[in-house]
Design a binder for this molecule. Structure first.
Ligand SMILES: Cc1ncc(COP(=O)(O)O)c(C=O)c1O
Length: 401
């Protein structure tokens, strides 16, 4: 298995144009999820469960705060690191939800979780470096590493009756002199895997001993179906460890379209990240940040509702798919996706297209998520009960339950 494979479809360009471009940009692939979305986009009454977002719009108390800020004229250049009340509100969020004190000075507001991860890589990884990535995973990480002219090496999770598990020895064996960072997404998209507490501690110690960065993507950090004491690397690392935590407003508070996220960094990197923000975007619009303050300060109840919605969705999807004898899955430990395969159906792109054609349900093909994903399908279950029940009725019928 090629552990440096970048999932997605290559872009066709005239040679004359390709030759004028930076190879790392010209060779970026189209997302395998979007390929499916494009395939089914025009279908009437299709139930879309293929992208990573819920079906609820952003709550009005958040929208109102942003609108108010716009009407108040908050339309100027703003703080590169994020407005002080938002950085304080996020520090308070970590104190309330994870019992960790980050302090506002370690928090940098970014234009989405996606951009936070890109800036984390811009800060730590360059041409010729390697990043070890636990896969299958959110495919954008591969493209982010590739844009840095670095190589992502995947260590695949394995599925068994116990759920998805990581072999730490395999991860360690992929680290070599070129390795600069290890990317962990726990709870994970698309598998729902959660790194065990023992493995988190072991990884922290290994990274310390080898001088490696841990890039911890914790955008699903609150969506956990397990009782556990440790779920964020912030809970086990000291502020000077080589740790960058990436997070987002998208998933917690139903704000995917806002494109606001944040990173938690060691205190010594404040100016480095301020510079990266300055030269990438020069900051996140202040009126959006005012909406985010409302989300972080007053959004605990909403977050609870989101988690309850995901918990109910997980039940429905697991219960209904269990009716199909050829479907193989383990209920996810975290995040809001169910990742399953169908025996006798190795071509997941063909199967996902068939489900669009015959069931009128959109799911994402596992091959879009890199090594270990081929053969699987991903359903996003952060949706209303009625939507999920109807989607599952159609899927079960088509899959032969
Ligand atoms: C694991 C993971 N990280 C980061 C992101 C990016 O989130 P956003 O850019 O919407 O903040 C996503 C989005 O699906 C994701 O699944």
């Amino acid at each position: 298995m090629d552990n440096t494979h970048i999932p997605g479809t290559s872009v066709s360009l005239p040679d004359k144009v390709r030759d004028t471009l930076r190879p790392a940009a010209a060779s970026l692939p189209e997302s395998g999820i979007i390929e499916l979305v494009n395939y089914g986009r025009e279908k009437k009454d299709l139930i879309p469960l293929w992208v990573g977002e819920g079906d609820q719009p952003t709550a009005s108390f958040i929208c109102d705060a942003a609108t108010q800020a716009l009407n108040d004229g908050q339309t100027y250049y703003t703080w590169q690191r994020g407005i002080p009340p938002l950085r304080q509100a996020l520090a308070d969020y970590y104190q309330r939800h994870f019992q960790v004190q980050t302090g506002p000075e370690r928090i940098i507001v970014t234009g989405s979780g996606m951009q936070g991860m890109m800036e984390a890589l811009q800060a730590t990884v360059g041409a010729g470096d390697e990043v070890v990535v636990v896969s299958p995973v959110w495919p954008n990480i591969y493209a982010c590493v590739h844009m840095q002219q670095a190589t992502a090496r995947s260590v695949p999770l394995r599925q068994s009756d116990q759920g998805w598990t990581l072999d730490m020895d395999e991860l360690v064996s992929l680290c070599n002199a070129k390795t600069k960072a290890i990317y962990i997404n726990s709870p994970g998209n698309p598998s729902g895997w959660m790194m065990s507490e023992e493995q988190m501690l072991a990884l922290r110690d290994f990274a310390r001993a080898r001088g490696l960065w841990i890039l911890s993507d914790e955008v699903y950090g609150k969506f956990s179906y397990e009782k556990r004491a440790i779920s964020s690397f912030l809970q086990i690392c000291s502020e000077d460890d080589q740790l960058i935590v990436c997070n987002s407003f998208s998933k917690n508070w139903a704000m995917t379209g806002w494109r606001v996220g944040w990173v938690v960094i060691p205190p010594s990197l404040g100016q480095v990240f301020e510079n990266l923000v300055q030269y990438n975007t020069s900051g996140v619009p202040e009126f959006l940040q005012r909406g985010c303050v409302a989300a972080a300060e007053q959004g605990d109840e909403l977050l609870k509702e989101q988690i309850a919605r995901a918990t109910a969705g997980r039940e429905i999807v697991s219960r209904e798919l269990a009716r199909v004898s050829s479907v193989v899955f383990t209920p996810p430990a975290g995040a809001f996706y169910l990742f399953f395969r169908v025996e006798g159906e190795p071509d997941c792109v063909a199967l996902a297209k068939r489900l669009v054609d015959s069931a009128n349900v959109g799911v994402a093909p596992g091959s879009a998520f890199g090594l270990g994903g081929t053969g699987f399908l991903r359903i996003c279950f952060l949706a209303s009960e009625s939507t999920l029940v109807e989607a599952m009725r159609r899927l079960v019928k088509t899959l032969g339950g």
